[in-house]
Design a binder for this molecule. Structure first.
Ligand code: PEP
Ligand code: MG
Length: 589
């Protein structure tokens, strides 16, 4: 066979969701750029508009400098291009002309930038010399980058994509990711983002392969380039040669065959080989996902992230809107339980913009219950809707980000106020529902014994617990190596939580993504967890693992594991003891 000569490039990122796909690249920022609207700017507002443009340039420049800093030696061939781009940010042709156009035409910055960049591009297109002609693309890339800061990521029209493509984006916000239509997308990759960022959670539940945190993949990819996304290994291959394509087609077929086998067994009971029942529940973000949860045989909804309703509406929902959604959900799931979490906003998901203060570290700021306790009216409206929906089915009320006893006392006082109002208004509701808190902040772990006295259940949120205990941003690729569910520190924290829940005789669930990764199951069962909630796509795989496990052995293994000092020792031990049980082992090379 003649070997085709291609410019195959392999880039390593972080596994966002498992699986392999092969397809054509679709760069989403260009889509956003094409949707720029023109609007007039009054003379007195022109300085503001120019400042907006200058700020976008500064932010794009900073971002660009970060990309350059983060490049390892192996990518140094890209460095020249990126250094060229650095100069172009303040290039007279682009920067100067855009400001001139805003002023002279009295138009918005986006429109002015697009007009100027297109003109420059046309000029370069007319040049005969291929090297100089290619510099026109550099201008477009720089202007796209500035544009993305001007228009904001929410302007990407990702939901309108109607081709079976692989999305290539600098970043996908939770709002963008939740709009992706499964049947239209083969997979996606992003330059930013890390394991268990919300984008990866959505990809997992949609069962589409994704690789995140690639650094500067986007700069290497053009629309329609052939891509391989190996979400399991966390790598992408741009323009693969024939041999690579063939190898990956086989690998993809093997993966699909294993997945099909696992799914075929998903109706079997979730019980270990030595007879311990493990409840596998689904984490969902939209009521519509109940279908997938049921298909995957979830025994209930372990977490409804209500903030996604805000994201969809781009505002706070009314009590009636929430009641309608939650009522529908519990009725669909009846008699299985549904855990509804009050808003976890102001972190990485929905930012309501009602607060003029811009926080440097939103994840450490006025997030989730902290925000709700400051805005009692918004909190009480949510509680009212949840208590009213509880009249129609089996609901648990869950509060995110509790970090001290004072907060749970504050929450209970808001619940009392909601109940009094509902009674006064003669509404139908049910106040006798279990109240739980997320344990996802290290201070809550240390206070777990005391907190357990105030609530009916704990739900361990490992996505945040890992980021807060290791002091890393879960979306930041540069510290992704520290994001390890099997870190000894995380395991010791889980043990403290289990002990506190057991001593106080309260229910315990884990709803962080740690519960949805088969390699963690021996430790979790060994530590005594029996309720695991995860993206519904992971349920069949976890069930397969559960059914092959022996809890008595896992308990002994945990004693050994808790004696290790490093993640690697823990992983090696689990691999050694459980290698034959781990699903997808047959697909490893
Ligand atoms: C978690 O932190 O583990 C969790 C389940 O909540 P979220 O991912 O919504 O922050
Ligand atoms: Mg959380």
């Amino acid at each position: 066979m003649n070997k085709t000569v291609t410019d195959e490039i392999t880039l390593r990122g972080i596994s966002g969701s498992p699986g392999i796909c092969i397809g054509k690249a679709y760069l989403v920022e260009r889509e956003g750029v094409n949707l720029i609207k023109r609007y007039p700017v009054s003379p007195e507002m022109l300085p503001n508009e120019i400042n907006r443009f200058k700020n976008a340039v500064e932010r794009a420049k900073k971002d660009h400098a970060r990309v350059i800093d983060s490049l390892g030696d192996d990518l140094s061939e890209n460095l020249n291009i990126l250094e060229t781009h650095k100069v172009l940010f303040k290039d007279k042709m682009l920067y100067g002309k855009t400001i001139e156009t805003i002023t002279n035409d009295q138009v918005n910055a986006e429109w002015a930038l697009r007009r100027v960049s297109r003109r420059i591009k046309r000029m370069f297109d007319d040049i005969d010399d291929p090297y100089l002609r290619a510099r026109g693309n550099d201008i477009i890339q720089v202007s796209d980058k500035i544009m993305s800061y001007l228009v904001g990521e929410s302007d990407l029209r990702i939901s309108e994509i109607n081709k079976r493509v692989i999305i290539v984006a600098h970043d996908l916000s939770p709002a963008d990711a939740s709009q992706i239509q499964l049947e239209r997308i083969k997979g996606f990759l992003t330059d930013r983002g890390g394991k268990d960022s919300h984008t990866s959670i959505v990809a997992k539940s949609l069962k589409i392969p994704s690789v995140l945190g690639l650094g500067n993949a986007k700069a290497n990819i053009k629309n329609d380039d052939i891509l391989i996304v190996d979400g399991s290994a966390g790598i992408i291959i741009i323009n693969p040669d024939e041999d690579t394509l063939f190898r990956y087609q086989e690998k993809m077929a093997r993966f699909e065959a294993i997945r099909a086998d696992i799914e075929r067994e998903s109706h079997l009971p979730s019980i270990t080989a030595d007879g311990v029942v493990i409840n596998l529940l689904a984490n969902i973000e939209h009521v519509e996902e109940v279908v997938a949860a049921k298909d995957n045989k979830a025994s209930g909804i372990g977490l409804l992230r209500t903030e996604f309703l805000c994201l969809d509406l781009n505002r706070f929902p009314t009590e009636e809107e929430m009641l309608q959604k939650y009522g529908e959900l519990v009725e669909l799931m009846q008699p299985a339980p549904v855990t509804i979490r009050t808003l976890d906003i102001n972190g990485d998901k929905f930012n309501p913009n009602i607060d003029p203060v811009e926080e440097a570290n939103p994840a450490l700021g006025l997030r989730a219950v902290r925000f709700c306790l400051e805005h009692e009216d918004i909190f009480i409206t949510q509680i009212r809707a949840i208590l009213r929906a509880a009249a129609f089915g089996n609901i648990n009320l869950l509060i995110p980000m509790i970090s001290c006893v004072e907060e749970i006392i504050g929450v209970k006082s808001c619940i009392d106020k909601a109940v009094l109002k509902l009674e006064a208004e003669d509404k139908i509701f049910n106040k006798d529902i279990p109240l739980g808190i997320m344990i996802e902040v290290p201070s809550a772990v240390m206070m777990a014994r005391e907190l357990a006295g105030h609530v009916d259940f704990f739900s361990i949120g490992t996505n945040d617990l890992i980021q807060y205990s290791m002091a890393i941003d879960r979306r930041n690729r540069r510290v992704a190596h520290l994001y390890q569910a099997l870190s000894p520190a995380v395991l010791k924290m889980i043990r403290l939580i289990v002990d506190a829940a057991t001593e106080n005789n309260i229910e315990l669930v884990m709803c962080g993504e740690m519960a949805g990764d088969a390699i963690n199951i021996p430790v979790l069962l060994g530590l005594g967890l029996t309720n695991l909630s995860m993206n519904s796509g992971a349920i069949p795989v976890i069930k397969k693992m559960v059914r092959s496990m022996n809890v008595a052995k896992a308990q002994k293994d945990v004693q050994v594991i808790l004696g290790f000092q490093t993640v690697q020792e823990i992983v090696d031990y689990i691999q050694m003891e459980y290698r034959d049980l781990l699903p997808y082992k047959d697909n490893e090379e």
